[in-house]
Structures are given as C-alpha cells and as structure tokens.
Design a protein around this ligand. Structure first.
Ligand SMILES: Cc1cc2nc3c(=O)[nH]c(=O)nc-3n(C[C@H](O)[C@H](O)[C@H](O)COP(=O)(O)OP(=O)(O)OC[C@H]3O[C@@H](n4cnc5c(N)ncnc54)[C@H](O)[C@@H]3O)c2cc1C
Length: 430
C-alpha cells in the first residue's frame, strides 16, 4: 500500500478529463504580484460559480487553482444533480427548525435552475439529461423515501413520485430494488465540461484564471494578501472555495476530513446493451448511507461509483470491487470491460453540512460539501457573491450552521473517523 503522497497517479485519470471539450486558455502559473477586488482560491464548482457571479457584478476577480479547473472532486464525481444536501430535509428540520431547513433546501431547487440556466445561456455542451431515481432496497428505505417526499411537498416541491417495485423495474432492469422515489427534475451531466463552460463564462465576464498555482497562505487585514509559491495577490476580499489547506485557515482544516470515493467507466455498451440495463437515461442512486450510484455517459458507458475508503491509504483493486458491486445489480455486466477507474476526495464535516462563513470580514469560505455537492456548491458560490456584494441575508442562514473540529487532533482524528464510519457501514448491512 502506498501513502497518498507517495502513490502514482497513472490509474487515477477520470474519464471526464479524457473526454473533456477543449480545455480553456488560462494565464498559467501566477509569477508576479497583482491587484484585484476579489481573489477566489479553488477552481472547483464553488470557486468557478462564485467567480462567475462576482465578475457579472462588475468586480475585478482573480481565480487561483493549484492544478486545473475541476481537477478535484468537481471533475471526478458521479455527475448526479440532486436537490437537497447529504443530510435529509427531516434531519435538517429537527436540527435547524422548519424555517431555516426549508429555506436551505428550497435554495437547492434554485441551484438546479441556476445550473440549467447557465448551461443554456452559455451554450455549455455537457450531455445534460433529466431524471433521478433513489432506489429502495428494503422497507426502511421505502419509509424514509415516503417521508422525504412529504417533507419536500411541505416546502412546495410536489413533483416527486413514489414508484412501486414494478415501476422501478421498468426503469432499472434488476431485482435489487423494491421501490423508489423518482425526481423528474433531477438530472445528470458531464461535470468537467460543465465546469469548463462556467469558467469560460467567468473569463468572458473579466475573471483572470491562473492554474498550476498553489495558494500557500492568506494574510488577513483590511486589504488581505494571498501568497502563492511565485506570486502574490493584493485584494479587498478572499473566497476560499473548497480549500482548507492554506496557512491562515487552519480552523477549516480541523473541521474537515477527506474520504476517498471511487468510480469506474465501462467500455461503451451501445444503445441496445444499455437498454437491457435501463430503459431511460436517468441517474440512479440507492437509499443506503454508503450508496451505489450510476448512470450512462453520453456515449453509453456505465459510469458506476460506490466504494468509499476512509483510511487515507490507497487500497488497490477498487476497479474489481466496483465491478462486483455493479454485477450484483446487473449480473450481465460480469464480463464487460472496465476502461477507466479513478478516485476523488469527499470533503466531510462532522455534521455533514457544508461549512460556510467568514474567517474575517474580508475572508469568506465554503467547503465540506461531501458526496452531494453539485447543486449546493453552485448555489452557495452565488450566495457568497451576493454577500460580498452587500446582500448577506441568505449567506447568514448557512453561516449560522454550527461546525466543530473532528475529535482526536492530528494523531487520532483519522482512526476515530474510520471507527465511526465502520459503524455506518454495519448499519447499511442491518
Ligand atoms: C467520486 C465522487 C463522486 C461524487 N458524486 C457526486 C454526485 O453524483 N452528485 C453530487 O452532487 N456530488 C457528488 N460528489 C461531490 C461533489 O463532487 C463535491 O461536493 C463538489 O465537487 C465539491 O466542490 P468544491 O468546489 O467544494 O471542491 P473541489 O472540487 O475539491 O474544488 C476545490 C479546488 O481547489 C483546488 N485547491 C485545493 N487547495 C488549493 C490551494 N491551496 N490553492 C489553490 N487551489 C487549491 C483543488 O485543486 C480543487 O480544484 C462526488 C464526489 C466524488 C469525489
């Protein structure tokens, strides 16, 4: 086993990167001292969304990304565009009250509309398709999905449809599920192509993008400074977008831990073979805490994710593990070729809610979107831009959510986390 810092990256290139539209032209590595209104750190969904909205408001914006646009979770995910948060609306209501929980969840419906609007306004070619199914594997799941449907109805979204075993099996040709909840407004897409389209729109609105530029430190003050290996940005505001590893933001690192999620892309199956697995091009995830999720790509590969590793060690053989999970659902996939296998980080907080706020009046942050962040990152990027523009009411609701450090300090944080997640894995089996 190799430690994360030692391992080779050869078997870790997401299929999305290999099938991306032509990459955008960036300014490369920042090698000088520059000035701007706002420096956004991180070129994932949170960062590009905030950068676009801020540039559209007329601010001069610089975005710094350590690798390339959507290099990390935003370019490695399942591409499933799902309303809400990792924590269900029922749990959120009990914790934050009906008003705040209702508001935060409704905002994700606005986030969905924002994504669709950007895709059409900027002509982003990203294989967008509508429809998401949450599949139930037992009676507890059915009860949970019924409660979820009711909770969404209460806040004004009444399009969710409970499906019985037969109706689910009409969509997914497997005996694994006994029912499900269908969301006609859920969707899926090619995440890197979406990200590149948004980044390009931000550039058109005036945002300067530097990639291969690792931020080392953020120095607070009336005019904060963002320090990179070879350059510096003097600005009025900083946005740390999905970024917790910089000097000056240690509190965010203490409140965050990463799990590693894995995905495979099969060979292209062709329409006929694909239709033997699913009658529609919808995205599917099951209702377990540690779930399987899958969908077809634009060229009819099955993109399948599910295995999560909490140990920070690189455990080989993830492609075979995922094949086994896929074959449990679709026995006919036993012999199919797996063309790509990759991993990506899930940035988790203790309560699994995104951590949104200000470190100082000038330094904003948002991270901790976990495994359900496509919509949330995009809309919270917009809400960060609103707050910097002087409209902080919506930002304040998210900033009110309390977060705490993971227990155990540097030494015991990881082992305690692994022990906790083992309990959840056992719960899924029960
Ligand atoms: C395998 C997998 C499957 C998933 N499936 C789904 C799904 O189907 N649906 C869903 O809704 N969500 C899914 N997610 C979650 C979703 O992808 C994330 O919640 C979301 O992409 C997080 O976006 P972000 O902008 O906060 O972070 P990131 O995408 O991680 O962006 C942060 C960026 O900052 C850069 N960076 C880091 N440190 C620095 C630094 N010091 N200086 C400069 N740049 C830096 C990184 O390179 C990165 O590009 C999945 C995640 C994974 C890993």
């Amino acid at each position: 086993m190799l430690h994360k810092n030692e391992r080779e990256d050869i078997y870790n290139i997401p299929w999305y990167a290999l099938s991306a539209n032509r990459l955008i032209a960036t300014l490369g590595t920042l090698k000088s001292e520059i000035n701007c209104d706002i420096c956004v750190v991180g070129g994932g969904f949170t960062g590009i969304s905030a950068a676009l909205e801020l540039a559209l408001k007329g601010f001069s914006v610089t975005l710094l990304e350590s690798r390339s646009i959507a290099f990390s979770a935003s370019g490695r995910n399942g591409g499933q565009i799902i309303r809400g948060f990792a924590k269900g609306i029922g749990w959120m209501t009990s914790k934050y009250g009906a008003s705040d929980a209702g508001f935060m969840n409704k905002v994700t419906m606005e986030g969905l509309a924002l994504l669709l609007n950007r895709i059409s306004t900027h002509g982003i070619k990203c294989d967008l398709k509508l429809g998401h199914l949450t599949a139930a594997m037992n009676k507890h799941h059915i009860a949970d999905l019924r409660a979820e449907k009711e909770a969404w109805k209460k806040i004004g979204y009444d399009d969710l449809e409970m499906l019985d075993e037969r109706a689910v099996q009409d969509i997914v040709k497997t005996k694994s599920y006994i029912g499900g909840l269908f969301d006609p407004k859920g969707a899926h897409f090619h995440p890197i192509n979406y990200a590149l389209g948004v980044a390009q729109a931000a550039q058109k609105a005036g945002c300067r993008i530097y990639d291969e530029t690792q931020v080392l430190e953020v120095i607070p003050g009336e005019a904060p400074k963002v320090v990179t290996a070879q350059g510096k940005v003097n600005c009025k505001f900083v946005v740390l977008a999905g970024v917790t590893n910089v000097k000056g933001a240690e509190i965010l690192a203490r409140r965050s831990i990463t799990a590693t999620a894995h995905m495979i892309a099969t060979e292209p199956l062709g329409l006929r073979r694909a239709r033997n697995l699913m009658s529609k091009d919808v995205a599917v995830s099951d209702a377990r805490f540690i779930m399987d999720y899958y969908r077809f790509s634009g060229d009819y590969r099955l993109l399948f994710g599910g295995n999560c590793n909490y140990s920070d060690m690189d455990i080989p053989g993830q492609d075979e593990r995922l094949r086994q999970r896929m074959t449990k659902i679709f026995p006919a996939m036993r012999m199919v070729r797996i063309d790509h296998c990759w991993r990506g980080p899930l940035d988790l907080t203790v309560n699994r809610m995104p951590d949104v706020g200000r470190l100082t009046p000038q330094i904003y942050y948002a991270h901790g979107f976990g495994g359900q962040g496509i919509i949330a990152t995009n809309i919270i990027g917009k809400i960060l831009a609103e707050a910097i523009g002087g409209q902080a009411q919506r930002f304040d609701v998210f900033a009110k959510v309390k977060h705490r450090d993971f227990m155990g300090g540097d030494l015991l944080k990881r082992p305690l986390f692994v022990a906790g997640m083992t309990w959840f894995k056992l719960k899924d089996l029960g």
